[in-house]
Ligand binder design. Structure first.
Ligand code: HEM
Length: 161
């Protein structure tokens, strides 16, 4: 029963991480291409809230349920697929944290431009494309984690048992 609950929460967390990440990227990208500051400002406002409510919760729950699952299943945390997943998880976080900050900047710039009825500033476009570029390594790392979690390849990283 405990195993089922942990796994259920862990798989739900994985779905939330991937789904919210992909959803946020898609909707903000689509809003950007409308070129309308009001649309960009509203979508960016929602995206910032969604990241705090959904992604941030899953970001905390995922390693907790993951470590408990490993402990329950008797997998040492030094197993190659677990260590590599944790490394990839940290890589995702390294790209995700600036992304959250950039989304707030994009939202503020779009709101200001909309309120003043002026075009988006060049800084907005720099931030937007950096935000876009940061999504690729973060997304690739999450896809890699999915593969590692499902395939559980049997290997050891040097220096770890
Ligand atoms: C960060 C630390 C993490 C640890 C220590 C961890 C640990 C584990 C363990 C031990 C299992 C095996 C459960 C079993 O065989 O029943 C598992 C399964 C799974 N994990 Fe993680 N996990 C972590 C993060 C993640 C992340 C970030 C994702 C995806 C975003 C993820 C997605 C999955 C999925 C989809 C499964 C189910 C695989 C299957 O049933 O074949 N995990 N995890």
């Amino acid at each position: 029963m405990l195993y089922f609950v942990l796994k259920y929460l862990h798989v739900l967390g994985a779905a939330v991480l991937l789904g919210t990440g992909a959803g946020i990227a898609f909707f903000l990208l689509m809003a950007h291409f409308t070129g309308r500051t009001a649309a960009i400002a509203s979508v960016a406002r929602i995206v910032v809230v969604a990241d705090y409510v959904f992604t941030a919760t899953a970001v905390v729950v995922q390693p907790v349920t993951g470590v408990l699952l490993a402990w329950h299943m008797g997998y040492p945390l030094t197993e190659g697929w677990i260590v590599l997943s944790i490394i990839l998880y940290l890589v995702t976080g390294l790209f995700w944290l600036p992304v959250v900050w950039m989304q707030m900047q994009l939202r503020n710039m779009a709101q200001d431009a909309d309120a003043a009825s002026v075009p988006l500033p060049p800084r907005y476009h720099r931030f937007f494309w950096t935000w876009f570029a940061f999504g690729f390594p973060a997304f690739a790392a999450v896809l890699g984690i999915f593969w590692l979690m499902i395939a559980k390849p049997n290997f050891r990283l040097p220096g770890l048992g």
